[in-house]
Every structure is written in C-alpha cells, then in structure tokens.
Design a protein around this ligand. Structure first.
Ligand SMILES: C[S@@+](CC[C@H](N)C(=O)[O-])C[C@H]1O[C@@H](n2cnc3c(N)ncnc32)[C@H](O)[C@@H]1O
Length: 359
C-alpha cells in the first residue's frame, strides 16, 4: 500500500490529517487516515498507489499548515535484523531510483528522541552502503535542496523497525523532520524570540533578505513585551515601535532603536506610512487579530505582516480555516493581489504563524 507519512507537532495529528485529506480531495485523490495520537505522526493511506507521488508533486508543502514534513512510502514497516541492518535497508530500496540525500528520522517524542544516537551511528554506514549500491548520489552531508531530485527518508520507529520513503527536494522541508534547530540568543528577553526567528527563516527566502529584512527599516511590534520579537527586529538593524502595556527589557531600550508606547495594540496607528514590517504576538481572539492585520495591509500602514493566530481548544482546524478565509475575503473585496501563508512552526505551541503581504 502507498501512503503519505506526515509529521506534525505531537497533539495536532487530527488537524494535520484533516488538512491533507481535504487538500488531496480537492485534487481528486482519496484515502483514509491513520493517526498516531500524541506522536506527531499521520499516515494517509491512498486508495490509488500512483497518487502518492502525484500528490507530493501537485500540492505545495507550503500550503499545508500543520504538516512539518512529509514523504511517500516505498515500503511498509520493515522488521530489521539485529545484524546487517544496512544490507537489509539497501536491499529493500532496490536499485531503480537514485536519491540526492538521506534523512534519518524518528518521532518527535521522548521515545523518538532516545533513538537519535542510534540513528546518528547508523547514518554513516548506511550512507556508505547506499552510495556503493549507487542509490545515493550526494557526496557529502551538506546537501543543497536547490539541486532538486528525490530525497530518501528512513523513519525509525525503533531500532528494529523502519519505514522507507521519498520526498521531492523542491517540495519538502530542508530540515530533518521539518524541525529547524535554532539557538536561543542569550541576550534575548524571552524564548518567544525563536518564533519570529523561525518565521523569518521559513517565510522569507534568504536571497530576498537584503530587500525585505534589512537594516534601516521601520517596524511595529504589537504585544511586544518583554521584547523577544523586538529583539529579532533590532538585531537586523530595524527601528521598532513597540506597543504593549507591559515593560520592555532595558537592554533593548538601551539600543536606541526602540520606541515603547504603553497602549492598546488595536488602537495604535503609525503617523507616517513608512513602516515596512508589522509583527504581532498579542494574546487576543484570532478573529480580531486577523481583521486588524488585513486593515493594516489594505490601508498601507505596513508592507508585510507576520503574526500569530492563537488556536482554540477545540475545532482548531475549522477556526484557522475561517480566520484565514476572513483575511482572503478582505483582500478579494479590495481586488488586491496578495501572498498569504500560514504554518504551525516548530517553536509555535497553541498558535500558528501567518505571513501576509500585498503584491
Ligand atoms: C505572548 S506575549 C508577547 C511576547 C513577545 N512577542 C516577546 O517575544 O517577548 C503577549 C503580549 O501581548 C500583550 N497584549 C495583549 N493584548 C494586547 C493589546 N490589546 N494591546 C497591546 N498588547 C497586548 C500582552 O501584554 C503581552 O505582553
């Protein structure tokens, strides 16, 4: 049976499953779900084996909010012997296709993490074995996804069980299991700083940072205290107006790049239309935030917006769909062209991150 394996944040399997099933159906591809509760793993078993590759070619991973990474299965779950695991894996892959990279993967759970040492150790002989069999083409471990091609995935459920599959380099995450490992900057005033750091990395292509994410730009941070997000803007050389009734970290105020206004983020508007970035991490109803963000963009108060939409306890997928639809409706009413992407990023918890700009 051919399946698509999807990784998401543990606890969000239902949302991840609902989304792939819905978007596959839009492409007239059907299957049934197997959710691994609290393991961050979803199987979408396809009725038609050919739809695995067809779907990952047709549907951009960027359009899936709750999926961090995905691959199409080449094998069902394989039982590995205690010895000669490499040979067993190479044999099961066969020699029909070549892959440009290998991803050793395990679940984002405590049991999964316990396997990481085992996977690291096995990776070296496995790469060698795959190269010898002419299945793996990359010469080193610094793989450039722009090279394209297919990527081989080995998902280890234990030391004895593996599922093998492939993704397309130009439509999958460059990070193992879709998880970027970011270093917490010691000068940042809160751990939330990693959310905006990851958001910029994920949504803004590196080769556009010079024009879209650069020093001298003006930015507004709504719900800014104590300043984790402001820190990310300041470190990129921006001038930031920080809006929050809470206190901002002294270290940020000392940079001279931050103006702090203690007021309601829903009432603040900049005097001049010279703001490039609007970022917003207010803990507020997502419907209200979505409306505020579309108003800022449509009224020309900012060029790009990066914001969080907090997730409800229940009906999370429906709520997110409604909130995003309300933004699309506002843009469509004004007949503007836009870019709108949303993702449940690794450093997000009960929220998703959204990026929007008018084109
Ligand atoms: C999750 S914290 C923000 C953390 C911040 N992004 C950071 O990295 O340090 C949410 C903030 O939103 C602020 N907030 C909530 N509602 C607000 C509103 N209506 N106007 C301004 N700030 C608001 C809270 O005071 C709180 O400081």
């Amino acid at each position: 049976m051919t399946s698509i394996v999807l990784y998401c944040r543990p606890g969000f399997e239902k949302e991840c499953g609902a989304e792939i099933q819905e978007k596959a159906a839009w492409n007239e591809m059907y299957g049934y779900l197997e959710l691994k509760k609290n393991q961050g793993l979803v199987f979408f078993h396809l009725h038609d084996a050919e739809h695995g590759e067809a779907l990952i070619k047709k549907l951009p991973l960027k359009r899936l909010i709750f999926t961090r990474q995905w691959f199409v299965t080449l094998t069902d779950k394989l039982e590995l012997p205690d010895y000669n695991r490499v040979e067993a894996i190479v044999e099961n892959i066969g020699g029909d296709w070549q892959y440009s990279d290998l991803r050793m993967e395990m679940l984002d759970t405590n049991d999964g993490k316990a396997l990481s040492k085992f996977c690291r150790k096995l990776a070296v002989p496995l790469r060698q074995g795959l190269r010898k069999a002419n299945v793996l083409t990359s010469k080193n471990e610094t793989f450039d996804p722009k090279q394209g091609g297919a990527v081989l995935h080995a998902l280890f459920l234990s030391g004895q069980e593996v599922i093998l599959g492939f993704s397309l380099a130009n439509n999958s995450s460059p990070h193992v299991m879709g998880i970027p490992r970011l270093k917490f900057p010691s000068q940042a005033p809160s751990r939330s700083t990693l959310k905006l750091d990851e958001a910029f990395l994920y949504f803004i292509p590196r080769d556009e940072w010079d024009s879209r994410l650069t020093s001298g730009m003006n930015a507004v941070d709504l719900g800014s205290a104590p300043g984790g997000w402001t820190y990310q803007l300041v470190r990129r050389g921006m001038m930031v107006t920080a809006i929050d009734n809470g206190q901002m970290a002294e270290s940020l105020m000392e940079t001279g790049q931050v103006k702090h206004k203690m007021m309601d983020g829903f009432k603040y508007l900049p005097m001049k239309k010279n703001v490039y970035w609007l970022v917003c991490d207010m803990i507020e109803k997502p419907q209200r935030v979505a409306k505020l963000m579309s108003e800022w963009l449509l009224n020309g108060h900012c060029k790009e917006a990066m914001f969080n939409l907090k997730l409800p306890m229940k009906g999370r997928y429906n709520q997110v769909t409604e909130d995003l639809q309300s933004i699309k409706d506002a843009f469509n009413q004004h007949k503007v062209k836009y870019e709108l992407y949303a993702k449940h990023l690794y450093y997000d918890r009960e929220e998703i991150t959204v990026h929007a700009r008018l084109l």
